[in-house]
Write a protein that binds this ligand. Structure first.
Ligand SMILES: [Zn+2]
Length: 124
């Protein structure tokens, strides 16, 4: 058996399905209580630095997607990406606008007063 996802509502253990960023939110109904276990959140925030290891823009965009997959695989409500103040930040903001238009993220905002971080909401 692969990774297990626990239903936060009733405790049922389910086999975790793979996360496809083009089909969000993932749909997996708990057979016991019928909730979509991928909409469940523990309210946590996943933080990752995607800009301070000399990443190229392309690599930073990949890392953004990796963060989103990790957050959907877990129970996070938000993802906080550290983007710095340069071109990566502009590219990530552009990508997030696209993702919001596509419904892949709920919303995002600059993590004021920390200009170099962006807070992304993925679950209610
Ligand atoms: Zn359940």
């Amino acid at each position: 058996m692969g990774k297990v996802r626990e239903c936060l509502n009733c405790g049922m253990q389910l086999a975790q399905s793979s996360i496809d960023l083009e089909n969000l939110p993932p749909a997996l109904s708990c057979p016991k209580c019928d909730e979509n276990v991928y909409l469940q959140t523990d309210g946590s925030c996943l933080t990752r630095d995607i800009a301070h290891n000399r990443e190229t823009i392309e690599r930073a965009l990949d890392k953004l997607d990796e963060c989103l997959v990790a957050a959907w695989s877990a129970y996070a409500a938000e993802v906080r990406v550290i983007v710095g103040g340069g071109r990566i930040r502009e590219q990530i903001l552009g990508q997030l606008q696209y993702y919001r238009d596509q419904g892949r993220v709920i919303d995002y905002s600059e993590d004021s007063p920390n200009y170099g971080a962006i807070l992304i909401r993925i679950r209610h």
